[in-house]
Structures are given as structure tokens and as C-alpha cells.
Design a protein. Structure first.
Length: 375
């Protein structure tokens, strides 16, 4: 049966439940089915009153799964009506036909299946899974049951207000959701923001030229010049239309990467000639994922003891675009992210530049107010 037909069947089942005044409905999350209703607080919960919750019942979104889910919903609805509902059978996280409770490792596997059910398995999505989820889950006891205590312990092992704390909370929130564990990870997430870019950490254009000239390896010198001139993500060096670039008058096409294909214009355009960028000398790097490729670039910067990171050159391009007066939506498109992210990340520079430009326009007005002259 097609997805649309399954959705229609789910809607019809929920309509029957509502008509029969069953206090439980069925909800689809990914490729799994859950019961939803107003249930008493789970054991260990901070809530004291019944509230809307979901129960994992271990059934897939199939015709057979929906029929069995409807029976389970009616059974739970009767228990609620008789005030005889007990969490115990559901806290074991058992699926139908399973003889032992699911472990943390089982739930991680379940989340991974759900993740790739909703996304194509590409190098980019695999990298995202490994970076944002798998790295966090390595610290969990995979052979033990998944509990609130396990989740809290994993969060407590990270430093507050850091990228790792944020990533841990976001990944564990997804894991808790799929296991139907009532636990709010967001209250521990802190105030880390990836959009904070310190101006002191960025090299000046003069320093960029100085370090370009210091590099002795021609391939890495070319890579450095491309990062500086086009604000590329490090791994995007290996996803460029280099043949077209040779005759493109400086316009560069990124073929793939984190955000797909896009075109970028050089800032400064003079660097295309000064850095001899049309004479292609791509470093010989290999990597199974974009993360691997990006790591090779970062490692080169570290070995050369450069006082800044590859991503700092990307930030420099963004700041340069502000000084050039490039509209925010256009700059954001060329960088491969949204205008919102662009504004948040470079807010301090945007604010200053816009105020300065507005001030300069006011000064040029012939009818602007003038102060009284001193006698």
C-alpha cells in the first residue's frame, strides 16, 4: 500500500476511535506508530497531573500495524475509563513478540533506521548522523535500558554552554522521543551559540596575503587562495567545477557539499589573478565523507602553524561582502546558508556597517541640520 493510502487508513482509524469516544489516538512518527492520549504521569516524572503523552508500541506503519494499533488503543482507552491504566507494561519498552526489554543500543538503532527512512543515505546525511548523533551516543551504555538517569548522566559529562553540551542535548532529545521517554533535554542546553564570531580571531586581508606568500606547497597555496577569495567550506574545495572556472571570469561553481550547488563571486576579484587561481593545483586528499575532507584541510593549517582556521577565511569573505555592500540575501546564497543565519552570525558587523553607511548618507544631504557657528 502506498504512503498516501496508509495515511488515509490512519485517519479513518482515528475517526473510528473518536466516534466511539476512545480516549486514545494513533500517531505516526517516522515509520513507527505511537498511542497518544492523556495519561497519568510516568514513574519518576516531575509532573503530578495527567497530561498528553505518547506510548511506543513497537508497530510499523503498515496495514497490519494499524489494525493492531487500533486494538491496542481501544484496550488502553478502556483501562483509562476504568482508571486502571498502569505504565509498567509500557515502561519495559517491549515491541510485540519481543521477550526482553529494549536496550539503549536497540533505541539507537531504532533512531538510526528512522533517520534514514526520512532522508536519503548520502555522504552528507551519513556525515550528519555520525557527527550530530553517533558521537554523542558513544558515551551511552548500549547494553543497559535507556532511562532518564542515563540521559542526565550523559548530559552532565559535558561542559555547560559549549557546542558539545548543545549537540548532546539535541541528540538525546531525539533518542528520548523515539523511546517515548518523558525528559526535557532543552533545559540543560545552555546558551552556546554557533553564530558568535569574534572579530579578534579573524585575520586581516593583509595577514591573509602574508600567509599566502609564506606557504611553500603550490597545491596548498592554491587551496588557501581559493578559501580566502571565495569563502568556501573546507570540504568544498573538492567539489568544484574547475574546468568551467578556468574560463568563468572569476565566477566559481560549487557542485556539491553541505548545501548543494551554488555560484560564488570573488571578493576580492583581484586575488583571482594575484593568487593565480585559474592555474588549478588541487591538493591530493582522500576521504570517505565531507567531514574527512574538511579535516585534511584543517590538519594542514595546524601543521603549518597558521594562527587561524580554514573557517576563519570563510568568515572573512562574509565580512568583506558587507564592506562591498553586497545585499544580505545575495551574500547568504553565495555562502550556502539562509539570510537568517547570515544576519545572526554577522550581526555585529552588519549593524555597524549599516549605521555607518546611513550616517554617511545623512552627511551628504544638502538640507541636513547644521550647528550654530562659534563666534
Amino acid at each position: 500500500m502506498k504512503d498516501g493510502e496508509l495515511i488515509d487508513l490512519l485517519n479513518r482509524v482515528n475517526t473510528r476511535l473518536k466516534t466511539d469516544k476512545v480516549r486514545v489516538t494513533i500517531k505516526q512518527k517516522g515509520n513507527r506508530l505511537y498511542l497518544r492520549g492523556t495519561f497519568p504521569p510516568r514513574p519518576g516524572s516531575n509532573n503530578t497531573k495527567p497530561h498528553q503523552q505518547e506510548i511506543a508500541i513497537g508497530l510499523y506503519v503498515t496495514v497490519e500495524g494499524l489494525h493492531r494499533a487500533e486494538k491496542e488503543a481501544r484496550k488502553v482507552g478502556e483501562l483509562l475509563d476504568e482508571q486502571a491504566f498502569d505504565w509498567e507494561p509500557y515502561l519495559r519498552h517491549l515491541t510485540f513478540g519481543q521477550s526482553s526489554p529494549k536496550t539503549t543500543g536497540d533505541w539507537i538503532n531504532e533512531l538510526e533506521r528512522d533517520y534514514f527512512t526520512r532522508r536519503a543515505r548520502t555522504p552528507e546525511s551519513v556525515t550528519t548522523w555520525k557527527t550530530n548523533y553517533q558521537e554523542v551516543f558513544k558515551s551511552l551504555p548500549s547494553d543497559k535500558p535507556l532511562t532518564v538517569e542515563v540521559l542526565k548522566g550523559a548530559i552532565a559529562s559535558t561542559r555547560p554552554d559549549t557546542r558539545m553540551r548543545q549537540k548532546t542535548c539535541l541528540a538525546l532529545d531525539k533518542l528520548a522521543q523515539i523511546a517515548s521517554i518523558e525528559f526535557d533535554t532543552k533545559r540543560y542546553i545552555g546558551n552556546y551559540s554557533p553564530t558568535k564570531v569574534s572579530p579578534r580571531s579573524l585575520p586581516t586581508d593583509s595577514e591573509i596575503v602574508e600567509w599566502y606568500e609564506r606557504l611553500s606547497n603550490p597545491a596548498w597555496q592554491w587551496a588557501f587562495g581559493m578559501l580566502a577569495t571565495y569563502g568556501l567550506r573546507p570540504h568544498e574545495l573538492f567539489h568544484l567545477d574547475l574546468e568551467a572556472f578556468k574560463t568563468s571570469s572569476g565566477v566559481l561553481t560549487v557542485l556539491a557539499g553541505k548545501t548543494g550547488m551554488r555560484k560564488i563571486w570573488p571578493l576580492h576579484p583581484e586575488w583571482v589573478e594575484q593568487f593565480n587561481l585559474t592555474d588549478i593545483k588541487l591538493p591530493q586528499c582522500t576521504g570517505k565523507t565531507n567531514r574527512d575532507l574538511g579535516h585534511r584541510v584543517t590538519r594542514y593549517f595546524q601543521r603549518q602553524r597558521l594562527p587561524f582556521r580554514p573557517y576563519d577565511l570563510r568568515h572573512c569573505w562574509a565580512i568583506r561582502s558587507i564592506h562591498y555592500g553586497l545585499d544580505i540575501p545575495l551574500a547568504a546564497q553565495q555562502m550556502g546558508h539562509s539570510a537568517t543565519i547570515h544576519s545572526q552570525t554577522y550581526h555585529a558587523w552588519l549593524s555597524y556597517q549599516h549605521h555607518q553607511q546611513a550616517f554617511e548618507r545623512l552627511l551628504k544631504r544638502a538640507d541636513r541640520p547644521l550647528p550654530p557657528r562659534l563666534e
